[in-house]
Design a protein around this ligand. Sequence first.
Ligand SMILES: CSCCC(=O)/C(O)=C/O
Ligand SMILES: [Fe+2]
Ligand code: NI
Length: 227
Amino acid sequence: MVLEAWYMDGSEEDQRRPHRLEPNQPASLEQLKELGVFYWQLNADIYESDPELQQIRKDRGYSYMDIITIHKDTLPNYEEKLKMFFEEHLHLDDEIRYILDGQAYFDVRDKEDRWIRIAMRKGDLITLPAGIYHRFTLDETNYTKAMRLFVGEPVWKAYNRPADDFEIRQRYMATASSSACFFCVLRDDSSSYMVVRLKRTLSCRYCAGSCCTRPSSWPSDSFRRPR
Ligand SMILES: CSCCC(=O)/C(O)=C/O
Ligand SMILES: [Fe+2]
Ligand code: NI
């Protein structure tokens, strides 16, 4: 099974339900990549010794790691935290999450400001770029266990929408609407992107793909077909 994502309906009822459009309108892995969202599928049963995970962490500088179990019996201030996670927000750094058990949803805004719901299951590792508006919710199973990864010391602060004037938001928007690859847009920045090589983008108007080489730990090209 690989990642599944779809455009959401506008209903405000129970955030834990799938909220698919009728008929379902899937969002492809390619569409997610254009938003700067990247995905790997790993074997969560061996996360403590997984060489693939170790390689991703090494390549991308994910030095920090912790594990959060989101369930009413394990997470202090459970209701308050879930409410906070579901507020539309952005971060100043990438959000990197690896689902070790259970399942959940990440919602991201596309370029036309529509919500795309990403179904995260055991083994899914996702990176949301700094500056993207997003939110998180459990699904109807009400349980997930996730690894949180970070470049350097973690900064958990979330900025709720509206945060349009933030530099990171403007930089993200410039990147998302540009025909340049992420590497070229962000190469002058001193953040983690300096050490990240993203997929060869032959249509990049600056490098035509020449600045991008493919390490073994690039995101998965596989994509879960809608049911
Ligand atoms: C799966 S970790 C909980 C969600 C979270 O940390 C976050 O920032 C959501 O946007
Ligand atoms: Fe480039
Ligand atoms: Ni977040």
